[in-house]
Design a protein around this ligand. Structure first.
Ligand code: SF4
Length: 271
């Protein structure tokens, strides 16, 4: 597996049509996201797989730590140039003259104009990065009530196998063996029970961010049909967050569920 040496090396592989099918506004923005390790190069549907082969697994492995730090620093720099009062209107947050505060999984998460973060909960990267991207990029599109799978998000299809493996299968492993605990864990994150949606045995909506709800549906095994678990996003997530941060949130939540389940004495089978 090779890492691109610079953004232009990725850009040279793209057809430069700026068609937006990957969910980015331009091919150059997409090349930057690949270089930073936030997007797999395969999220561009017109990419020539033979030419791109050396970089195909780059985002699967995730960016090296130096790049993660640089990426976070870039987000913080952009926050210092962001109008937080205006961002409050776009994000469903509130601005008190100094800090913008947004509810993340029901808890206050704030940032000031110098990019300093404040919260009662831990500053974990899988929350910090989506929070900052949400503040910077949310377009304020209202929640539609139309639920879509990750693969239906712009650019989500190519990345869906990884989302399924890292998020949906991880949560399902817990729900299969420790169903009641799984239900309890979702409520730890402020989940709201939804009445028999899609006939699922468990249907809950987690208020991840004010305009980014996430729905988990779990069906128990029944009469020879295996169990299944699906995660859905509101269709507005493309406009308010984007698939890279939606992926980060799903993977982070799954990891958190696994950690809490293990702390409760559960044995998680990863085979
Ligand atoms: S899908 Fe590919 S060609 Fe279209 S904007 Fe994205 S990177 Fe460019």
């Amino acid at each position: 597996m090779a890492r691109p040496e610079n953004v232009m090396q990725v850009f040279s592989l793209l057809d430069k049509s700026n068609c937006r099918k990957c969910g980015e506004k331009t091919c150059l923005a997409f090349a930057g996201a690949v270089y930073q390790g936030r997007r797999p190069v395969t999220d561009c549907p017109t990419i020539d797989h033979d030419r791109a082969r050396p970089f195909i697994e780059t985002a699967v492995a995730g960016p090296p730590e130096d790049d993660q730090d640089a990426f976070l620093k870039d987000l913080v720099d952009r926050i210092t140039r962001c109008d937080l009062r205006q961002a409050a209107a776009r994000t469903g947050g509130r601005f008190d003259g100094e800090k913008l505060t947004v509810k993340v999984l029901g808890k206050d998460f704030s940032v000031d104009s110098s990019g300093k973060l404040y919260s009662d909960i831990h500053m974990i990267p899988w929350v910090v990065v989506p929070f900052l991207e949400y503040v910077l990029n949310a377009k304020g599109q209202p929640v539609s009530g139309d639920w879509v799978s990750f693969r239906e998000l712009a650019g989500g299809k190519a990345r869906y196998p990884l989302f399924q493996k890292r998020c949906e299968e991880g949560m399902q492993r817990i729900a299969d063996v420790y169903t009641d605990l799984f239900d309890d864990l979702t409520h730890l994150f402020q989940a709201r029970q939804v009445e028999s949606l899609f006939d699922a045995d468990i249907s809950v909506i987690l208020p991840v961010l004010p305009l980014v709800p996430l729905m988990i549906c779990y069906w128990k095994a029944d009469e020879g049909i295996g169990s299944s678990l699906n995660i859905f996003f509101d269709r507005s997530v493309d406009a308010n967050l984007g698939n890279a941060s939606a992926f980060t949130l799903g993977a982070g939540l799954t990891q958190m569920f696994e950690k809490l389940a293990i702390r409760h004495g559960c044995v998680i089978d990863h085979t």
